[in-house]
Design a protein around this ligand. Structure first.
Ligand SMILES: [Zn+2]
Length: 287
């Protein structure tokens, strides 16, 4: 059964570790992440962007697939199904379809409008026992076609949004989506520290987890980050393993063209990436 992310993130914040959000794109992705979380006895959050939602034929298809897999694979660790960077309308659609968690990304609105819309979603998710993530200060890189610059959020604005009663808060601290450029100055721990001081027990979310050095991840967790989003890294691992299989000519030998064989190395590569992240984030055996 899907659960809200509230309990797992409250425990993570108290226990000084982080729960990974791994974005899904299809059946192989979902299966690899669920199986790895189960093997490592870790709570897990499955992230779905609006673009991935369309790709997978709508939110209801995803809810059906994930619920079916939880039953079929005998998954017993806590699993939250979460909309990533949702619009207000997208959040409502996911709630209706049966998601257990949603993110409303109002970071591109003026703060007053972000507050108004977030407030309404706090009310709706609260009534249904779902978790809600809000965002302050846009996170750089490309997010479904929108390119931001990696700004740092205003700690006062973070407090205003946190006080509305959201479950977790994503705040820009110089992090970006996708691959980090060679001249990236790193995370702004001063900003993170100031946000954590203002928001207290609120679990903080670090987006753009791909390519942030392990030491920075650990420091961010020490400073109150309890959820870390990983997307690009699984994509890179899947693509590299698939490329290797094809370049070795394995699809041309025997039944190597069978999709169950063709997609197997990529699926294993996602598992290895997820395993590595769960270890780094410290959520193994915290289910
Ligand atoms: Zn993000």
């Amino acid at each position: 059964m899907l659960v809200s992310a509230k309990e797992m993130l409250t425990k993570a914040k108290e226990g000084h570790y982080a729960v990974g959000q791994f974005n899904i794109n299809n059946l192989e992705w979902t299966k690899a992440i669920l199986q790895t979380a189960q093997e490592m006895n870790s709570p897990v959050i499955l992230g779905v962007s609006e673009g991935a939602g369309k790709y997978m034929c709508g939110y209801k298809t995803i809810v059906g697939m994930v619920n079916g897999m939880i039953e079929g694979l005998g998954i017993t660790v806590p699993v939250a199904l979460h909309l990533d960077h949702g619009s207000y309308e997208g959040a409502l659609k996911c709630i209706e379809a049966g998601f257990s968690s949603v993110m409303f990304d109002g970071s591109h609105y003026p703060i007053e409008e972000n507050i108004e819309k977030t407030k309404e979603l706090v009310r709706i998710t609260g009534e249904l026992g779902l978790s809600l993530e809000a965002e302050v200060g846009s996170i750089g890189g490309e997010e479904d076609g929108v390119v931001g610059a990696g700004e740092c959020a205003d700690p006062e604005e973070c407090k205003m949004i946190a006080d509305l009663g959201v479950t977790m808060l994503a705040a820009g601290i110089g992090n970006i989506h996708g691959k980090y450029p060679a001249n990236w100055p790193g995370l702004s721990f001063d900003t993170l520290d100031a946000i954590q001081q203002k928001t207290g027990a609120m679990p903080l979310v670090l987006h753009g987890g791909t390519g942030i050095p392990a030491e920075m991840i650990k420091k961010a967790i020490d400073l109150g980050v309890s959820k870390i989003n990983v997307n690009t890294e699984c994509q890179l691992a899947f693509a590299a393993a698939t490329r290797e299989y094809v370049e070795a000519g394995k699809d041309l030998s025997g039944k190597g063209f069978d999709p169950r064989k063709l997609l197997a190395p990529g699926t294993e590569a996602i598992k290895a990436t997820v395993r590595e992240k769960i270890e780094l984030f410290g959520s193994a055996n915290k289910a």
